[in-house]
Design a protein around this ligand. Structure first.
Ligand code: GRF
Length: 200
């Protein structure tokens, strides 16, 4: 059984969807550790309520790599195989990325490479696109640049607000994150340059 490590900073709805799929047997893995850099993150409370192994590792005032060394040590201690960023509001240092090469996933609320970075849903609305969506990608040393594992598209409606578009995208996030985790755990993803291709 492979071990998952979840990193979050806030609400934790993606974490919750993953945890429910793990509990239901839909993801062949165990959640070995949930880390939050914010003590008051609702996702951290939820993980505690679910009886999972959690760690609050404060990031405030710490140098990026020093912080990442603490998190990597905790993940290694719990023998984590795959790290899932689930609303973790920090850019990882090269040290972190190299500690789990090709074994860190992130979910982004846009169809990358469109609208990377913060406020992706607002960027999509302002950009006037007719479709947006979400992307699960492998984390490399850039910001939202790594090989794409799964994507889902949703329409952008003329009367959408950031809230309504975000809600439509979030539903798809909850679905494709677990699907991408399964593909990774089953060894069905191979990296070819900048692309993640099916290893079947
Ligand atoms: C999601 O929109 C995700 O795509 C982005 O941060 C948000 C996290 O939401 N990376 P939640 O904490 O999983 O509810």
């Amino acid at each position: 059984m492979k071990n998952l490590g979840i990193l979050l900073s806030g609400r934790g709805s993606n974490f919750e969807a993953i945890a429910r799929n793990v509990a239901a047997g839909g993801i062949p893995a165990k959640i070995a550790l949930v880390v939050s850099n914010r003590e008051n993150a609702p996702g951290l409370d939820l993980a505690r309520a679910m009886g999972l192994n959690t760690r609050f590792i404060p990031s405030q005032g710490k140098d990026r790599e020093a912080y990442d060394r603490e998190v990597v040590a905790a993940l290694k201690e719990c023998r984590v195989d795959l790290v899932c960023l689930a609303g973790f509001m920090r850019v990882l240092s090269p040290y972190f990325v190299r500690a789990f090469p090709g074994r860190i996933l992130n979910i982004h609320p846009a169809l990358l490479p469109a609208f990377p970075g913060l406020d992706a849903q607002k960027q999509a609305l302002e950009g006037g696109v007719k479709f947006s969506g979400c992307t699960v990608h492998i984390v490399d040393e850039g910001v939202d640049t790594g090989p794409i594992v799964c994507q889902a598209a949703v329409p952008v409606l003329e009367n959408d607000t950031v809230e309504t578009l975000s809600a439509r995208i979030l539903k798809e996030e909850h679905r494709i994150y677990s699907a991408a985790i399964c593909l990774m755990l089953e060894g069905r993803v191979r990296i070819e340059g900048r692309r993640a291709v099916s290893a079947d």
